[in-house]
Design a protein around this ligand. Sequence first.
Ligand code: IPD
Ligand code: CA
Ligand code: CA
Length: 251
Amino acid sequence: MNEILNLAVDIAERAGTLLLDRPAKLDIDTKSSDIDIVTQMDRASEKLIVDAILAARPDDGIIGEEGADRPSKSGYTWVIDPIDGTVNYFYNMHGWSVSIAVKDDKGPIVGVVYAPTLNSMYTATRDGGAFLNGAPIKCNDPVELNRAMISTGFHYREEIRKLEVEQFNRLILKVRDIRRNGSAALDICHVAAGFVDGYYEIGLHPWDRDAADLIASEAGAKVTVHQLPKGELTIAAGPHLHQLLSANLLG
Ligand code: IPD
Ligand code: CA
Ligand code: CA
C-alpha cells in the first residue's frame, strides 16, 4: 500500500507542478451546463497522471473525469480528478486540487489530495490514518449544530441549485456559518483536518469524493452518500455532528 501511496503522491506533485505553470490563455469548453467548464490544463493534467500510472502499473484500471476509462486487470483502479476546482483555477484563485484515489474491491486503499497553492498534501491509506504534509490529522468531534462551521458546494445545473438553495436557507439559521470554497475534495479534507466541522453537497462524482472520503474517514469523520431523487447527497462530519446534519438535511 505504501508503494502505491508514494507513487500517487509523486504523480500528484508532478500534476501540481504542471498546473502551476499557467498558460497565457486558458481555452474553455463547457460540459453539463454553460458554467461547467473544462480547460486544456484539466486535460493536460489528466494525461500526465494517466501516462505516469500506466508507466508504473500497466495492469491497473483508471477512471478519470476528463474521459480516462480503463478496465483493471490487477484488481486496483485509480480514480482521478485532474483539477478539482476548475472554476477557482480559471480565475487563478487559490484552493484547487488534484485528487487521486486507488481502490480495490472493498473501496479506497489510498487517497491523495494535493493543493499546491495552499502548500497542502493530504494523504491516507486504509487503516493507516490521515495526514496533512506528513502530520497526523483528526476531525473535530463532538460539535453541536449551532456551533458548527460547515462548507458546501453548488451544482452547475439550475434544477439542483434550486434544491441547494432550500437546504442552505434552512441550515444557515441553525449553524455558526457556511463556506463555499470551490473544491469538493479539499472541502472534505478540511473536515478531516478540523478546518471546518462538516460538509455536504449534492451531485458529487467518485473522482470528486473517493480520495477525500478515505482521508476524512481515516481522520475519524463519518462520510455517507444518500440517494436523493435529483442526485447523491454527500455528508461528511465528525460522528456527533454527522447525525445532526443528516437529520437536518434528510428530514
Ligand atoms: C467541482 C468542485 C466544486 C463542486 C462541484 C464539483 P470540478 O469539481 O469540486 O467545489 O461544488 O460539485 O463538480 O468541476 O472543478 O472538477
Ligand atoms: Ca471535481
Ligand atoms: Ca475536475
